[in-house]
Design a binder for this molecule. Structure first.
Ligand SMILES: NC(=O)c1ccc[n+]([C@@H]2O[C@H](COP(=O)([O-])OP(=O)(O)OC[C@H]3O[C@@H](n4cnc5c(N)ncnc54)[C@H](O)[C@@H]3O)[C@@H](O)[C@H]2O)c1
Length: 325
């Protein structure tokens, strides 16, 4: 393990995971250079509010730039002695990639290649990047293990994440850049993403609107709490490998209706439910085998779903100023 006091570039720093990671690195006395293009894929004021929480930290510098802008990246890498990269900037979302494919090409393919090129020109001690459970597509063998074949992602989003892993392997091989990809599994928690199930359900239930439940509720997800994800990501940043891939999941499968049940119980409101078929690109089940992550990164997810949901709801009520329900 290397020591702390690094200068870490966190891309996607105004995003859900990037913000939490940056806050945690700053707490550990790292310098953080943050990049985010603050795009309007979801409510920009939420991205700005996250940034405001860390903006005044003396060890934090923010650039509103896109990782798809090579000249901007060159300026930033020339100006700072960046010794680690954590690339979380991406166009996320499975369903959105059906309608907006070129956004994924810009941020996830071109942007990622730009960062690999930066690491080639400005050597770093480690480069960690977000992959996704989406690379497993409709794999039938469960739980998903990193040794499994991932040649058949079923969304362009999943395909771009798999492409990142392959590009990373090539750059580690050719230019001896330490690169690690983290396959995140359905991350949730305070300051979470408004396009994801827990946020959507909470908002609709509180607003008295019906919630859309896909595949008629027959969905299973490995929900992973944000603090566990940040711990796993920091372990990866502290453990350079020439090339590795890890699953970061809770390794517990939760039925979608169980999630709905807990949210209803915690809010004390019965949801109006709108049952719908499976959406194109969506997979019915995700489940992480984290044996390798435990062994090599000491990863040990600790947060139960109910505890995590409570923390999310406490934040949601506070942020959106919802007094009593
Ligand atoms: N949240 C999850 O459950 C989950 C699961 C699997 C993988 N991931 C991956 O983890 C990473 C972080 O996800 P998140 O949930 O925090 O998403 P997020 O959308 O909240 O954060 C991504 C941030 O990147 C920024 N961004 C997008 N394109 C950019 C570009 N070209 N240049 C600069 N900034 C750009 C966005 O403005 C956003 O603030 C992403 O790569 C995502 O694909 C997330």
């Amino acid at each position: 393990m290397t020591d702390n006091y690094h200068t870490t570039l966190v891309t996607g720093v105004a995003g859900f995971i990037g913000f939490h990671l940056a806050a945690s690195l700053l707490e550990k006395s790292d310098k953080v250079i943050g990049i985010d293009n603050l795009n309007p894929y979801y409510d920009v004021s939420l991205k700005k509010a996250r940034l405001e929480r860390i903006a005044s930290h003396p060890n934090f510098t923010f650039y509103q730039e896109g990782i798809n802008d090579l000249d901007a990246l060159k300026r930033i890498f020339s100006h700072h002695r960046i010794d680690r990269i954590c690339n979380l900037a991406a166009q996320a979302g499975v369903r959105y990639s059906i309608q907006n494919p070129f956004t994924y090409q810009e941020s996830n393919i071109k942007g990622f290649l730009n960062l690999l090129e930066m690491a080639r020109q400005f050597p770093v001690s480690n480069f960690v990047f977000a992959s996704s459970s989406s690379v497993y597509g409709n794999n039938k063998k469960l739980p998903f293990a990193v040794e499994d074949s991932v040649d058949t992602p079923i969304s362009l989003y999943g395909a771009t994440k798999r492409a990142n892993e392959l590009m990373a392997y090539t750059y580690s091989h050719l230019f001896k850049i330490p690169l690690t990809g983290l396959r995140y599994f359905t991350v949730y928690g305070p300051w979470g993403r408004p396009d994801m199930a827990l946020f959507l359900f909470t908002k609709s239930i509180i607003d008295g609107k019906s919630i859309d439940i896909y595949n008629f509720g027959k969905m299973k997800r490995d929900f992973t709490y944000i603090d566990d994800i940040v711990d796993g990501t920091i372990s990866a940043l502290n453990s350079p490998f020439m090339y590795e891939i890890f699953n970061l999941g809770n390794s517990k499968v939760v039925e979608l209706m169980e999630l709905v049940k807990i949210v209803q119980e915690e809010l004390g409101i019965e949801a109006k439910k709108n049952f719908l078929p499976l959406q194109p690109g969506d997979v019915p089940e995700t489940y992480a085998n984290i044996e390798k992550t435990r062994r090599m990164l000491g990863f040990d997810p600790k947060t139960s779903l109910r505890t995590g949901i409570r923390k999310f709801l406490t934040w949601y009520r506070d942020y959106y100023k919802i007094a009593d329900l």
